[in-house]
Design a protein around this ligand. Structure first.
Ligand SMILES: *Cc1c(COP(=O)(O)O)cnc(C)c1O
Length: 379
């Protein structure tokens, strides 16, 4: 069986280094906010080219901390895409604000700047009287959004741009790294993300010192000048020292892994470019994806479940990210959306299929996956 996410291969490669890093934490015993957390934050900030990085407990909490630090709450609208992992919109609801969806671009599968503008204009006529406060742009499957266009739409509106870089840490656009877009960015270190730990973890990035200070307070119960001084209501949302130690080891090989993922993607593109009706991830000029996923769109003529079963029977695991758009999830039923509201997202949910993607896929494995998919589609 071909590995879908490559975590086992990675673990075997660096096991002695991981064990040494874990042992060092067991020895010093500073499990909460130990020295590895600060070291990781400094290295991640340098990596992303952003002034401030604050580690936290998950990507979801990173988004929530960003929203809380911006003062987003009840009565506020936050615009995001319905074609994403639930956390992008869940964080908005957790902050007490109202998610407002805007459709994605069919080629990039990321928030469409034209649809963002429509959503923003629509809020002006919305009977709920919500204040537009922020937009969360999601770098889906590792590809950065069109930030110049998104920023242009929000220019002068007072609406903050937040980058959900949960899947794109390591990616770049025009030489600017994911984590550096918008007013504030959030990433995730969930094990299967491009840079993953061995549990839950995340980080917030920002160039804004006041915002960074708020996040630092919010992640530790809204602490003030000292531990038992409570300046605001916050969360218990720190990054564990053990996870930071693991991430430091993985960061050492991360650049190399990104290049290996790119090579896998390029090989898939070469192998599959001529399969009739198959949609491949777009090539965006100036963009380097982190290749969290390699997601294709099957032709409408084929049933996705049976294609996935055919692949599975030949030892090729696949996954569907995501089978249902967020505006049609029961959790968001209160928002009153209906089928047909976001046709691009809905169409993608019906046709996408993610293929095995990780740095340790061998050429012959990529070729095998490609061949089995081609056979399934040309049968
Ligand atoms: C994984 C993910 C999150 C949430 O990250 P967790 O660390 O699992 O909480 C948020 N947004 C997107 C787009 C994700 O893929």
């Amino acid at each position: 069986m071909i590995e879908f996410s490559g975590l086992k291969a990675q673990r075997e490669r660096i096991r002695p280094r991981l064990e040494a890093a874990i042992s060092a934490v067991l020895d010093h015993g500073k499990f909460i906010m130990g020295p590895e957390v600060r070291e990781l934050e400094e290295r991640l900030a340098a990596f992303a080219g952003v002034k401030h990085c604050l580690g936290c407990s998950s990507g979801t909490d990173a988004l929530l901390l960003a929203l809380m630090a911006l003062g987003v709450g009840p009565g506020d609208a936050v615009i995001t895409t319905p074609f994403t992992f639930v956390a992008s919109a869940e964080a908005i609801a957790l902050a007490g604000a109202t998610p407002v969806f805007a459709d994605v671009d069919p080629a990039t599968r990321n928030l469409d700047p034209a649809r963002l503008r429509e959503a923003l204009d629509g809020l002006g006529r919305d009977p709920r009287g919500l204040r537009p406060r922020a937009a969360i742009a999601v770098d889906l499957f590792g590809l950065p959004c069109d930030y110049p266009a998104l920023s242009a739409v929000l220019e002068g509106s007072g609406v903050h741009l937040i980058e959900d870089a949960a899947q794109s840490f390591g990616a770049s656009l025009g030489g600017v790294r994911a984590g550096a877009f918008g007013h504030v960015a959030a990433t995730s270190f969930f094990p299967a993300k491009p840079l993953g730990c061995f549990g839950d973890g995340g980080a917030v990035f920002t160039a804004d010192p006041a915002l960074a200070e708020s996040v630092e307070s919010l992640r530790v119960h809204g602490k003030g000048g000292h531990k038992y001084d409570n300046a605001r209501i916050g969360l218990n949302a720190r990054l564990d020292t053990l996870q930071a130690a693991i991430l430091l080891v993985k960061l050492d090989i991360f650049e190399e892994e990104l290049a290996l993922r790119e090579a896998v993607a390029a090989r898939y593109a070469r192998n599959l470019g001529d399969v009739a009706g198959l949609g491949l991830p777009p090539e965006v000029p100036g963009a380097r994806s982190a290749w969290a996923q390699y997601t294709v769109e099957l032709p409408q003529t084929h049933d996705r479940d049976s294609v996935a079963q055919t692949l599975q029977a030949r030892g090729v695991p696949t996954a569907v990210y995501y089978p249902r758009p967020l505006h049609l999830q029961p959790a968001f039923a209160n928002l009153g959306y209906k089928p047909g509201d976001f046709p691009v997202a809905e169409g993608l949910c019906e046709r996408v299929l993610s293929l095995p993607m990780h740095p340790y896929l061998r050429d012959d494995e990529v070729d095998f996956v490609s061949e089995v998919l081609r056979e399934a589609l040309e049968a």
